[in-house]
Design a protein around this ligand. Structure first.
Ligand SMILES: [Zn+2]
Length: 106
């Protein structure tokens, strides 16, 4: 899934399931499976504090309210539904298209 800063997303798991917000930050680890995002208004980490390792120094993974990318889904700003994306290349530029309403998301 390709996400960008400023994208509207919905939380699809956990206690905050259904909550929507914009991506404030994307944190990419060397390991791509560790991509995390900070979503406006979502603060799952607080609720799962016991599993957090706050003592790890400088670990960007430990951003207070970052979410694993698998916990969120892109919301189409045009139709407001959870977007299924197809990618199109027009004039050398990659565009994300919502499969539901056929509108470009970028
Ligand atoms: Zn749409």
């Amino acid at each position: 899934m390709k996400l960008k800063k400023g994208d509207l997303v919905e939380l699809i798991t956990g206690e905050d399931k259904g909550k929507r917000g914009k991506i404030l930050e994307i944190v990419k680890d060397k390991d791509k499976h560790q991509t995390r995002v900070v979503v406006e208004g979502a603060n799952l980490a607080k609720k799962h504090k016991k599993t957090q390792r706050a003592d790890r120094p400088g670990g960007i993974i430990d951003l207070p309210n970052s979410l694993h990318i698998s916990n969120i889904s892109l919301v189409c700003p045009k139709c407001g539904k959870l977007a299924k994306i197809r990618r199109e290349k027009t004039e050398g530029k990659r565009t994300r298209i919502c499969k539901l309403c056929n509108e470009a998301i970028d």
